[in-house]
Design a protein around this ligand. Structure first.
Ligand SMILES: [Zn+2]
Ligand SMILES: [Zn+2]
Length: 116
């Protein structure tokens, strides 16, 4: 059986030209093996021309403004770099304030100990 790949518009044998894919109606992947490999290598991929909206701030930014992440579709994280850095800074601030709290607690205990 021949199947036409929508990417290269070429008919290939469905069995040998396409990867098996259980989620499609015919059990073969949407794009032919060649195109699947090409899309994986992403020769067309220019991060400055691809945009996505950040899941945190909602701003639409080019992929340059996101951290790289291998396992996602676009190869970047859903959260932009600015939001990631902001979250990291916030975490450090929380950690430091927790540390301050512990320190003042210790100081209070030492004071108490002095009084005894
Ligand atoms: Zn193809
Ligand atoms: Zn963001």
């Amino acid at each position: 059986m021949l199947k036409v790949c929508p990417c290269c518009c070429t008919a290939h044998d469905a069995e040998s030209g396409f990867h098996a894919n259980r989620s499609t109606a015919d059990g073969r992947s949407y794009y032919c093996k060649n195109c699947t490999a090409n899309r994986r290598a992403r020769p067309w991929f220019d991060p400055t021309n691809v945009f996505q909206s950040c899941r945190v701030c909602g701003d639409v930014k080019s992929l340059h403004d996101f951290d790289r992440h291998g396992s996602t579709y676009l190869g970047v994280t859903a959260r932009c770099t600015v939001c990631r850095m902001r979250a990291q800074a916030e975490q450090i601030r929380l950690r430091l304030s927790a540390f301050d709290e512990i320190e003042s607690q210790v100081e209070a205990w030492l004071h108490d100990a002095d009084r005894d």
